[in-house]
Design a protein around this ligand. Structure first.
Ligand code: MV4
Length: 446
């Protein structure tokens, strides 16, 4: 039985994990850099350990410091949150080697899904639809050109070690293929230390739809429906919602169960997200995330399942507390990512929060580590709060969102609140008429 968890993260997700631990009666250890000594999770945790200087490499990515902190405090498990070490298979393996529980999937599954070629191969074998393309790494320019001819243009050259949009090159025709291929391969080698690349048909105007799953060690796996994460800018999601307006309940149930059965067959344990591109009424798998995600709360709001609680319980060898029949989808939820960035320029803004007022009332949830007078250091990701709104339908959800955004006060740093106010009033967003290029086009028009 897990009695004490070390939370190897910071900011709002550290607080979110800590809250799940408290609800379960599990003791908590916060770790922090010198820049985060006064952070909310340090204040709320039972114990805390300083693991190094501000630079992530020396603190939140410092494996020896984190594992030592767990051993010294007598923690039984480590929760990696998202980002940082959350999808590092070596870290997951080392945690287990030290007799600690890694709150995440098996190291082998992290490594498998971290290699985007292997991930696609695995998912194809399980019978799920993937984007048409090469079924393996392309190993020479000659072979690449031949496969490109078969797949057709435009196409994308993606890095096996990439993901999240990093290391992609578009080739619009045979003329620009070879140059794009060589560039992609060279850049992949430099960025990821792995120059294996693969080809995919380039979908021009897709939506980004992802399915949440949870699986236990006993072969039980459930899906919690999908999230529509199409509203993003430069591969950073800005706004996520559930359910997606483009999937029918029948399609969701059938497709979701197919995914859950596939994950059970794979022997996957823990929470996971399968990312798809949606175009012409079809979903095509692109990548799988083996961590808890930033946008998990929208799924929690419409299902009532505490995903982090389940994640901890299945890592501890317990059975899933829910079966597929227990899961239903109620109403609509939207999450706005509140980054400490200028709403027009997206330039990050560090500083001290001089005045803080959080919205509330029916259907409102705020996940953050903010408080009056807290510091926003310049060293880390700019996500400082998530406003999650739930209502009986999308229209009411948008009305509540407008109300909550106008109530929210965060003085002292720039935030994306003004951008979200604009989005919540935008006719195309109100009509759910958008794809992954919506925000870029909106900013070009301004
Ligand atoms: C694609 C694509 C179009 N066609 N693959 C970018 C993030 C990474 N997860 C995969 N990405 C894309 N892959 C094919 N075959 C377009 C994107 C893409 C994108 C995907 C999801 C959300 C936002 C995006 C923004 C730009 C490009």
């Amino acid at each position: 039985m897990i009695k004490k968890i070390l939370i190897a993260n910071r900011g709002e997700i550290a607080v979110r994990i800590l809250r799940a631990c408290k609800d379960l009666g599990i003791q908590t250890v916060a770790v922090h850099s010198t820049a985060d000594a006064e952070a909310m999770c340090v204040r709320l945790a039972d114990e805390s350990v300083c693991i190094g200087p501000p630079q992530p490499r020396e603190s939140y990515l410092n494996i020896p410091a984190i594992i030592s902190a767990a051993c010294i405090t007598g923690a039984d498990a480590i929760h990696p949150g998202f980002g940082f070490l959350s999808e590092n298979a070596t870290f997951a393996h080392m945690v287990e080697e030290h007799g600690l529980t890694f709150i995440g999937p098996k190291a082998d599954h992290i490594a498998m899904m971290g290699d985007k070629i292997m991930a696609k191969k695995t998912i194809t074998k399980l019978g799920l639809p993937t984007v048409p393309g090469s079924d393996a790494a392309v190993t020479s320019a000659d072979k690449a050109l031949r496969i490109a001819g078969e797949v057709g243009y435009p196409l994308l050259i993606k890095a096996a070690g990439g993901g999240g949009g990093r290391g992609m090159k578009v080739a619009r025709s045979k003329t620009d293929f070879l140059e794009a291929y060589e560039t992609a391969k060279r850049e992949a080698g430099i960025s990821f230390g792995n120059d294996r690349v693969y080809l995919e048909k380039y979908l021009e105007r897709p939506r980004h739809i992802e399915f949440q799953i949870i699986a236990d060690k006993y072969g039980n796996a459930v899906h919690l429906g999908e999230r529509d994460c199409s509203l993003q800018r430069r591969n950073q999601k800005v706004w996520e919602e559930a359910p997606s307006v483009v999937l029918s309940p029948e399609f969701r149930d059938e497709f979701g169960q197919k995914i859950a059965k596939s994950m059970a067959k794979l022997g996957y344990v823990g929470v996971g997200t399968l990312e798809f591109l949606y175009e012409n009424d079809q979903l095509f798998f692109i990548e799988m995330n083996t961590r808890i995600q930033v946008e998990h709360p929208v799924t929690e709001m419409i299902t009532g399942v505490d995903i982090i609680r389940e994640q901890i319980l299945v890592a501890d060898g317990q059975k899933l507390s829910v079966t597929q029949n227990d899961i239903s989808f109620r109403g609509h939820a939207i999450e706005c990512r509140i980054n400490s960035e200028n709403s027009q320029t997206f330039i990050p803004s560090a500083g001290t929060v001089s005045n803080y007022h959080c919205p509330g009332g029916p259907g409102i949830r705020v996940d953050s580590a903010l408080y009056d007078g807290c510091k926003i250091p310049p060293y880390y990701d700019s996500l400082i709060a998530k406003l999650i709104v739930h209502a009986n339908d999308r229209e009411q959800c948008l009305a509540r969102l407008r109300r909550a955004l106008r109530e929210y006060v965060i003085d002292g740093v720039d935030t994306l609140i003004p951008l979200h106010i604009e989005l919540a009033d935008n006719a195309d967003i109100i009509n759910a008429n958008f794809d992954i290029h919506f925000l870029e086009k909106l900013f070009d028009a301004n």
